[in-house]
Design a protein around this ligand. Sequence first.
Ligand SMILES: Cc1cc2nc3c(=O)[nH]c(=O)nc-3n(C[C@H](O)[C@H](O)[C@H](O)COP(=O)(O)OP(=O)(O)OC[C@H]3O[C@@H](n4cnc5c(N)ncnc54)[C@H](O)[C@@H]3O)c2cc1C
Length: 317
Amino acid sequence: MSDVILLADHDGGKVAKTVAELATFAKRGGTPVAVILCANGAADALGAQLAGTDVEKVVAVESDDFAQFGIPAMVDVLAQLVDSHKPAAVLVASSARGKEIAGRLAVRAGSGIITDAVDVAADFATTQSVFGGSFTVSSKVTHGIPVITIRPSAIEGASTSNTPVVEKVNLTISDKAKLVKITNVQPAVKGGRPELTEAKIVVSGGRGTNGDFTQVEAMADLLGAAVGASRAATDAGWYPHTHQVGQTGKTVSPQLYVACGISGAIQHRAGMQTSKTIVAINKDPEAPIFDLADFGVVGDLFAVLPQAREAIQAKRS
Ligand SMILES: Cc1cc2nc3c(=O)[nH]c(=O)nc-3n(C[C@H](O)[C@H](O)[C@H](O)COP(=O)(O)OP(=O)(O)OC[C@H]3O[C@@H](n4cnc5c(N)ncnc54)[C@H](O)[C@@H]3O)c2cc1C
């Protein structure tokens, strides 16, 4: 069976949760091989985190140049690995960074690329949800090794008894990939909540919050969820733009999306309508979000959310 390469992205010594998801998709079409590109001495600890996933082999390239020269250096090495392994496909998580890596890699490999897939079949035919989810598109790369980016949470990563061995490979990063040097990186200050695009549950607030996100945040914390916001809320300065969900914000696909005081404009739907279960709380029974919701509550979010929290807490105790 051919190898299917998946990029094992990591941050702060932790492998991203999306890697297990990519591996489960990869297994449909071949042997999932995770590629770790990391600093000198970091590969073993990162590779160990892939135990229990569908990953069967790990290929690691260690170099402090990745931190200094960023994505071009990573793509330079990935292109060399693709050239030597001739995988059946390359899978990358759909983040801004993932899509940049995939795009550059596709150019280097002379391959077709598909971005933002929500499903990938054994023959690497993909499904995308486009134009705000108004259309479901099936497509397949027709030239070269398919390079596919997949939206986070599009599948549940499988639990296995695999303990893949980390094979370290020495590769030289070309001078062409070192034309820009990163001189400083300042991580954004993060709260204790999960990352929006990776969270299993997202609770979002819109103009209906009138700028008071206390109830939205309290529900998010009770559910271990990330907080999202509509553009009306972020443009008003009620919540940071980094939390905006939609066409010009982030795309999320959690197991559960709770929309509070959000009307459900097409541009908002574009970022959340592939969520598995959608719950809407809105005081207008005609709000378009109810056309999309699996469960809807017509009511004032400031009355509904505290009652819902109480009911969840009562059920838990
Ligand atoms: C090019 C372009 C890109 C855009 N990109 C995005 C994007 O990425 N993301 C995005 O979200 N929007 C985006 N928009 C804006 C989008 O068109 C809508 O204007 C926006 O989504 C509306 O946000 P909202 O639902 O919070 O506000 P509204 O549409 O004003 O809806 C507020 C809702 O809250 C309800 N409500 C009011 N008070 C309460 C209460 N107390 N309890 C319960 N319900 C209450 C109301 O009934 C109403 O349905 C974009 C627009 C354009 C033109």
